[in-house]
Design a protein around this ligand. Structure first.
Ligand SMILES: Nc1ncnc2c1ncn2[C@@H]1O[C@H](COP(=O)(O)OP(=O)(O)OP(=O)(O)O)[C@@H](O)[C@H]1O
Ligand SMILES: [Mg+2]
Length: 250
């Protein structure tokens, strides 16, 4: 099972949308996909209609060493896609991990996932817009990191800090971690967009993927249908872009 974190410290850059749609593209190719929601906002969980306040969720995986991870995995409406859901209680999990120093705090997700290594081809992890101990768990569990970037005035803020932290985590905890690269989301043909794209190219070189995901209202519509756009509207610009991205990066 190849494990990939979709992360950026910035919010609203299409981390969740990209996790869902890359997962959808992989599942259509016949790969078995496990999605993990690491964000208390639980947008990914809700998109796949698996939100619950009663059922076990990712928080239990991070806090309870003896828990069988199979009990937390839910089927989705889509063939080949399972999910480990989140709920709002994940807000308290960071503190609970930090006060429990009887166990190592960074590699809990990694250890738990080793039990389903043979069951899936890909595991895509949707990270929250921050770099807390929960995100560190994602990075310690991952083989690769993809960073979606939405172009705006602050697009580059925090990016260098993020790249430095990735290197630190690689050094300290996970030598297998590979920063695969960044891709532009909600792309448009404005002059500002072109300028920032050039800046990003200068900064990232071949770590900026060629494929960009175009701004497309069908993506927003798909969230109301609670269905990734790749499934709900195959011909939408963004669906085509996600298929191209999938081809480029996998
Ligand atoms: N290609 C696109 N075109 C238009 N809207 C998009 C596109 N991609 C994502 N969006 C919309 O942008 C918003 C933010 O996307 P998303 O929730 O995926 O970002 P995020 O990085 O996961 O946010 P957060 O940091 O809050 O978790 C959503 O309303 C989503 O529907
Ligand atoms: Mg999100």
């Amino acid at each position: 099972m190849k494990k990939i974190s979709i992360m950026n410290i910035k919010g609203g850059v299409a981390k969740t949308t990209s996790t869902a749609n890359l997962g959808a593209c992989l599942s259509q190719k016949g790969y078995k996909v496990l999605l993990i929601d690491l964000d208390p906002q639980s947008n990914l969980t809700k998109l796949f209609k698996t939100y619950s306040m009663e059922d076990l969720q990712i928080s239990n995986v991070l806090l309870d060493k003896s828990l069988d991870i199979h009990k937390v995995i839910k089927k989705t409406d889509f063939e080949n896609i399972d999910i480990i859901p989140a709920n709002i209680n994940l807000i308290f999990t960071e503190r609970n991990i930090l006060v429990d120093n009887t166990r190592s705090q960074q590699n809990r997700l990694s250890k738990a996932l080793s039990k389903v290594n043979e069951k899936y081809d890909y595991c895509l992890i949707d990270c929250p817009p921050s770099l807390n101990i929960i995100t560190v768990n994602a990075l310690c569990a991952s083989d690769e990191i993809f960073v979606p970037i939405k172009i705006d005035k602050f697009a580059l803020d925090g990016l260098e800090y993020l790249l430095e932290r990735i290197e630190e985590i690689k050094d300290e905890f996970n030598p297998n971690l590979n920063f695969k690269g960044c891709f532009i989301t909600m792309d448009s043909a404005t002059t500002v967009n072109k300028l920032i794209k050039q800046e990003l190219k200068n900064l990232l070189g071949d770590k900026l993927f060629n494929t960009t995901i175009k701004q497309n209202v069908k993506v927003i519509e798909s969230t109301f249908e609670e269905c990734p756009v790749v499934f709900s509207n195959k011909k939408a610009r963004a669906s085509i872009n996600y298929k191209e991205l999938c081809k480029e990066v996998f």
